[in-house]
Design a protein around this ligand. Structure first.
Ligand code: ADP
Ligand code: MG
Length: 671
């Protein structure tokens, strides 16, 4: 018996080889295949008269063949011209060398032609349309094809699956009725093989709602965990004591946010808070203050960073602050030796370590705590729901703090972080120097190198961010390496130059970062691995090659690596691209230093679609819904999610929905 959870390999017509292709598309099971929706449709039912059909858009014409001529071109290709006619007008269909198709067409018979009409009022032409005999009509699904599998092949497999497998219902009947939604299986059948336009629209409505309903229920589920079990109660803040450990005074924004967090931690219910603050606003200290407080109250905390470099940096910062306080810190990253890892794990379990810093993956996967009081997640570019979800499902209920520099505009932020309270760090530490940003073309390169040297000679440091050659790690790394070798041996041969890229081993990266932090490396050539969180206040100049290849938010993050200390900093963007919209984009970065403003402008320029398309923001991948366009449905789905959780808080009566939500968390964790 085949069911939704059957491995895709065992569906008739698949087998081992095709299973691999399908799994690469993310289709592991028969259920996943059924939820692999068409990218678009060929609508053979929506017929346009030739005379009034719009130009340059895909239309379907039903017409009779009047004549057929062929002409052999010099190039050896045969051009077939077929004059066809419907009751409104004539047009010429041209086929280039499609001999088999051309020969199958008979004069006097009627066909459906699907394609774009070109030409003018008097002479209309359709070039290489899809052609089927007029009797065969319906709506044909088009799937994202690949080299190894065509749309037609996918369609055939889905036909088999639809005939054999029913999916369990994910939306309770009451909610379906209230929102006039069809059943899951009607929707699946008609999203793939619509029996009519109406049926298709019904199916689409239901699946959009469903997708957003799963998302919102998943989010609400996290939220409802909040306020339920009492978290670890922090009795005293120890803030004055902590402040005395710092080499600087906290900004009032930092202090305010710490107090907001502490109020949560005193309250007896677990904190779920997002701290949003632009790059350089000093979020790390906030986390440190809270972890200090937790430790003093006898609780353990962990700080999760997205990269090893950053975990290392945080660890060092914490060590410095907590020196001589008796607070025990440990570092857990991939490059820590197994033996040491085991020692740390054992110590954490016994409660002999107060604070552990590490990468997200390691800590969520591997570690057991004795008395976990606080979880801090740093620099969440990505949608943090997956991680928050995993922790909640582990049954632990510590205080949670998410720190993010990535502003997510408006409503969207509310949705993504809907389960979190928000604190904003809206002030930079005193004495920050402004960053000047310049935009130049490559003819300035030598001059820029001389300019960098002046800074280095003054004892400062700098970064050059290498061009992304293409979205391909290997190629990018080769080019970064070449760039580095060239500078090291030529223009900067009298300076110490370092290289940092993503494919270096953690240990190598670590060593380079240490050398850079300690000033042993003066100029660091890097790929975007430095984008996140790196803090070397003595670095004051950054050059970004091929600036046009980076997103605005990414440029803002990169630029955030300088201007972190007492020295004035300069950022130089290099591009030879003169396209108007590129320059417009780069002007935004040049003129603005406020990350929120930049994100807004980015959104305005690129439009919501592209904004969502860029994975930087870490929004969950949507199959059929559109988080912007379907905003109303999103709200409706949210309300229904709340309703449902009131009567069925653990989704015990809605197993299929629960399965989908767990699946969503899992996907988000993998991203
Ligand atoms: P981000 O918010 O980008 O994570 P960091 O926490 O890395 O910022 O802080 C940036 C730099 O500012 C660090 O070098 C940190 O030591 C320093 N810093 C943080 N708070 C203050 C402060 N109140 N006064 C002076 N320097 C500060
Ligand atoms: Mg940071």
């Amino acid at each position: 018996m085949i069911t939704a959870s059957t491995d895709i390999q065992y569906l008739k017509g698949v087998g081992e080889k095709r299973a691999v292709v399908l799994k690469n598309k993310g289709i592991d099971t028969v259920g996943a295949l059924l939820r692999f929706y068409p990218r678009s449709y060929l609508d053979w039912t929506d017929i346009s008269p030739i005379s009034t059909a719009p130009f340059f858009t895909d239309v379907c014409v039903k017409a009779k063949v009047l004549s057929k001529t062929e002409e052999r071109k010099r190039s050896g290709i045969t051009l077939y011209s077929i004059v066809v006619e419907d009751s409104s007008a004539q047009m010429t269909v041209v086929l280039w060398g499609q001999k088999f198709l051309a020969n199958s067409i008979r004069e006097g018979r009627e066909y459906l032609f699907y394609g774009k009409i070109t030409g003018g009022f008097l002479f209309k032409q359709m070039s290489s349309p899809k052609i089927v005999p007029a009797v065969e009509n319906g709506i044909e699904p088009i799937y994202p094809a690949s080299k190894n599998m065509s749309s037609k092949q996918i369609e055939r497999l889905i036909k088999t699956a639809v005939a054999q497998v029913r999916l369990p219902e994910t939306i309770p009947e009451e909610i379906r009725e209230r929102n006039r939604l069809c059943t899951i299986n009607y929707a699946i059948e008609n999203i793939h093989f619509p029996i009519s336009r109406e049926a298709f629209l019904k199916a689409q409505k239901r699946l959009v709602f469903e997708e957003l309903f799963i998302l919102r229920t998943g989010l609400s589920l996290l939220k409802s965990k909040k306020g339920k079990k009492a978290g670890s109660v922090i009795k005293q803040g120890y803030l004055a004591e902590f402040k005395a450990l710092l080499p600087f005074n906290m900004t009032s924004a930092q202090e305010r946010v710490i107090k907001e967090c502490m109020r949560d931690m005193f309250s007896g219910t677990p904190m779920s808070r997002l701290v949003q603050g632009d790059v350089g606003s000093g979020k790390t200290v906030i986390a440190a203050a809270l972890m200090y407080s937790a430790a003093k109250n006898g609780f353990q905390s962990c700080l999760m960073a997205p990269t090893e470099i950053l975990a290392n940096q945080h660890y060092k910062t914490l060590l410095k602050i907590t020196e001589n306080t008796g607070i025990r810190c440990a570092l857990m990253t991939g490059s820590v030796k197994i033996k040491e890892k085991n020692t740390i794990k054992a110590a954490l379990k016994k409660g002999e370590i107060d604070v552990v810093v590490g990468t997200h993956a390691l800590i969520t996967k591997d570690v057991e705590f004795n008395k976990l009081g606080l979880v801090v997640t740093d620099e969440q570019h990505r949608f943090g729901v997956g991680q928050r979800g995993s922790l909640a499902l582990k049954g632990e209920n510590p205080h949670k703090l998410v720190m993010s520099a990535t502003p997510i505009p408006g409503t969207l932020g509310l949705i993504l972080y809907g389960d979190l309270d928000v604190s904003i760090v809206d002030e930079y530490p005193a004495g920050r120097q402004k960053i000047d940003t310049y935009l130049v073309d490559t003819s300035y390169r030598e001059r820029i190198y001389r300019y960098i040297k002046k800074f280095l000679d003054d004892g400062r440091q700098g970064y050059i961010v290498c061009p992304l050659v293409e979205e391909n790690d290997e190629v990018d790394i080769t080019s970064a390496t070449e760039y580095y070798v060239n500078l090291k041996n030529n223009q900067f041969k009298n300076y110490s130059v370092g290289l940092l890229h993503g494919k270096m081993s953690a240990k190598e990266k670590d060593e380079v970062m240490r050398q850079f932090s300690d000033g042993e490396i003066q100029l660091l050539i890097a790929t975007t691995v430095i984008e996140v969180g790196i803090d070397v206040p003595n670095a004051v100049i950054m050059v970004i090659e091929n600036a046009e290849r980076f997103g605005l938010s990414q440029l803002h993050q990169l630029r955030g690596r300088i201007g972190r200390g007492e020295y004035k900093s300069d950022c130089i963007l290099i591009t030879d691209n003169t396209a108007e919209d590129t320059l417009k984009r780069l002007e935004i970065i040049k003129k603005n230093t406020d990350g929120f403003k930049i994100a807004d402008e980015d959104l305005r320029l690129r439009g919501p679609g592209n904004f969502l398309g860029s994975r930087q923001h870490g929004l969950p991948p949507m199959k059929i819904a559109d988080l912007f366009a379907d905003k109303e449905v999103l709200e409706l789905a949210g309300k229904e999610a709340e309703n449902l959780l009131e009567t069925d808080p653990d989704l015990r009566k809605n197993e299929a929905l629960k399965t989908e939500i767990l699946d969503l968390y899992k996907k988000l964790n993998k991203e």
